[in-house]
Design a protein around this ligand. Structure first.
Ligand code: NDP
Ligand code: A1CAB
Length: 270
């Protein structure tokens, strides 16, 4: 399977890196990228072929992965439509509806939407997938196999659910990095070296996530197991509850979902 990425930025790079680690050959991956500096970086870092020419870039691809920013997708689709040779399209653009992409490409049926995440770079991504009823089984399987190569996947039946996927796992790594950043900063304030604070914070996330994913118990119970009566954790969690952090985190995630809806209307429906 030959895959052409259109847009060679952050998310495309994460996917390319994960696919190469999973055994894809560099020759199977091409990138169309308008920025010369980014093209050079992709060539150097991954050994993939990168071009600015759309027609050349998709000439031998079986799958075209649309990885430009949502606001760039309409213009790109206009250019792409006359060049297509019935390849499978996978769009990772946040918000933009499959029906809009299909219409922009001239009533093109083979469009799957995917919402991946940057941990795909280390093959620990998670991707939500959606396809309209016009997409056949083989195309679904192919789309899934590409994203499954860089982490786990799940299909949503309703396209609307991709807003939630975007707000939870698409944007999610940034929330986790923010929490890690807070822990590191506190560790340094408490006298640890930056290296020590980094090691402790990161391994705490890795360990807690692994424990939660392997345990039969839910995270509330696991949290209780850390919180000794009258001890340090109890006090820390109490301070978090008093400042209503959970509600604030949930409100932030809702805001991401609202933005995803807005982007559907703002950049879609042309
Ligand atoms: N980053 C993430 O964690 C995730 C991103 N996504 C989605 O992935 C998509 C890409 O995001 P991200 O990688 O962060 O964005 P980037 O801006 O890093 O990458 C997009 C790249 O595409 C280039 N580009 C723009 N127009 C064209 C064109 N017509 N042909 C070829 N290249 C073009 C851009 O150049 P220039 O900058 O000069 O415009 C840029 O280098 C978005 O739609 C986003 O919603 C989905 C899940 C997670
Ligand atoms: O921030 C964004 O809009 C994209 C979608 C999910 C992660 N990054």
């Amino acid at each position: 399977m030959n895959i052409t990425f259109i847009g060679g930025g952050n998310m495309a790079s994460a996917l390319i890196s994960g696919l190469l680690q999973q055994g894809f050959a560099a020759e199977q991956l091409q990138v169309v990228e308008i920025n010369a500096e980014s093209r050079e970086k992709l060539k150097l870092e991954f050994g993939v072929w990168a071009t600015h020419d759309l027609a050349d870039g998709i000439a031998k691809s079986d799958v075209v992965l649309l990885s430009v920013k949502p606001q760039q997708l309409y213009e790109l689709a206009q250019e792409l439509a006359p060049l297509l040779r019935d390849q499978l399209m996978i769009s990772i653009a946040a918000g933009i509806r499959a029906s809009d992409i299909m219409r922009w490409l001239g009533d093109y049926g083979r469009v799957v939407r995917a919402m991946p995440s940057t941990p795909s770079l280390v093959r620990l991504g998670v991707t939500g997938l959606y396809a309209t009823s016009s997409v056949n089984e083989q195309d679904r399987r192919n789309a899934e196999s590409i994203l499954a190569a860089v982490g786990s996947t799940l299909w949503v039946e309703e396209e609307e659910m991709l807003h939630a996927v975007t707000a939870i796992s698409g944007s999610g790594p940034a929330y986790v990095f923010y929490f890690i950043e807070s822990m590191q900063q506190a560790g340094i304030e408490l006298g640890l070296t930056p290296i020590q604070a980094r090691q402790l914070s990161l391994q705490t996330f890795v360990g807690a996530s692994k424990l939660a994913s392997m345990s039969d118990e839910d995270v509330v119970t696991l949290r209780a197991r850390v919180s000794s009566k009258g001890g340090t954790t109890e006090l820390a969690i109490q301070a978090m509850e008093e400042s209503d952090i959970k509600c604030k985190i949930m409100a932030a995630i809702h805001a991401a979902s609202v933005r995803s809806h807005e982007m559907s209307d703002e950049f879609g429906r042309k």
